[in-house]
Design a protein around this ligand. Structure first.
Ligand code: DAH
Length: 343
């Protein structure tokens, strides 16, 4: 007769113990651990029930009732404690300090070279230049001949070119897009052409085998050197600042005549000479000139009627100047620590 009393007592102790613990559970995790301990499949209650079979048949009813009561009460306690903890948790969110700064989300940024490209295109957009693009895989005709560069001429060596197939190259500059645009559009033409170019250059602090250029082209009746020069000067002042001056230095390009390289006064030393400008006080930013009549002929424009100017600059070189970056490779390595500085 002791067995049922012992079992019923044990069940009552488990019930009391479980109710107290569940009532005191202070987190959802703690509550879940208690549910497993008391109500779980290998929990305390289940352990007791597995012993019913050892009790005399006449006592089993009382034990069963005690077990059912314990189970029901523990389940009820668990349900109400669960609801209380859950609502406390969401109330905690609602009561949180709303002035607390939010968690900082991951933030992307615009690549410094892309920023420079956008800024340059915007300055020319205000002057009436549209932005156009051309193919990176280009024919020899557009990359060279249409631009008055004979293939056998040493000038072709100026652009040490990657060949994709016979007569097909990776464009070595954006200038071929000049010819493509003129072939398909009548003057007046005013375009800027940002895009990637490729050269068999070493990857060193000032060269990259794939790099961005921006080409510019303006063609109309009556465009003269003064318009060309004042447009470039306007650009230099807008982009580098009023205090920067531009200088036009005679140069040679097969597709322009006369040709000029444009230098800007060194922003580091103001022109007195430093390591950035290698002591000269000037930094070269672009090649340019008045469009050569032979180019107009190649695209079917009348060189007697139309004149124009063109220019081409390396966007990454300009970004190096703008941001004081000593090595062009930093732009192309994709190191997030470097790029994060430009957000
Ligand atoms: N295409 C030349 C280069 O890659 C740059 C250039 C020079 C472009 C003179 C021009 C220009 O449009 O008129 O070195």
């Amino acid at each position: 007769m002791t067995e049922p009393v012992q079992l019923v007592d044990a069940l009552k102790r488990i019930e009391a113990d479980g109710l107290a613990s569940i009532e005191a559970a202070d987190s959802l995790e703690a509550l879940e651990a208690l549910r497993v301990r008391f109500l779980g499949r290998s929990g305390d209650l289940a352990g007791m029930l597995s012993r019913i079979g050892q009790a005399p048949p006449e006592d089993r009813r009382a034990i069963g009732q005690a077990a059912n009561t314990a189970k029901r009460r523990l389940q009820e306690a668990h349900t109400s404690r669960l609801a209380a903890l859950e609502s406390a948790e969401s109330a905690g969110v609602a009561q949180a300090d709303l002035t607390m700064p939010g968690r900082r989300a991951w933030e992307g940024g615009v690549h410094p070279v892309t920023r420079v490209i956008d800024e340059i295109c915007e300055i020319f957009r205000e002057l009436g230049f549209s932005k156009v693009r051309g193919p990176e895989a280009e024919t020899e005709w557009y990359n060279f001949q249409a631009l008055n560069i004979p293939l056998e001429h040493p000038a072709a060596d100026m652009w040490d070119t990657f060949y994709l197939a016979d007569g097909v190259v990776l464009r070595s500059h954006t200038s071929p897009v000049q010819a493509r645009i003129m072939e398909t559009h009548e003057p007046p033409v005013r375009v800027v052409v940002p895009g990637l170019c490729y050269r068999r250059d070493p990857f060193d602090p000032t060269h990259a085998p794939a790099f961005e250029q921006i080409e510019g082209l303006a063609v109309d009746e009556g465009i003269d050197f003064v318009e060309f020069r004042s447009t470039i000067e306007h650009f230099v002042h807008r982009f580098f600042g009023r205090e920067t001056t531009a200088r036009f230095r005679p140069a040679y390009f097969p597709f322009t005549e006369p040709s000029a390289e444009v230098d800007v006064s060194c922003h580091m030393c103001g022109g007195s000479g430093c390591s950035t400008c290698k002591g000269t006080g000037w930094i070269e930013i672009m090649g340019s000139g008045m469009v050569h009549p032979a180019v107009f002929e190649a695209v079917g424009y009348d060189p007697e009627r139309y004149t124009g100017y063109a220019f081409g600059m390396g966007s990454a070189r300009i970004a190096m100047l703008r941001y004081g970056i000593p090595d062009i490779r930093l732009f192309y390595e994709g190191d997030a620590r470097f790029l994060a500085q430009f957000r």
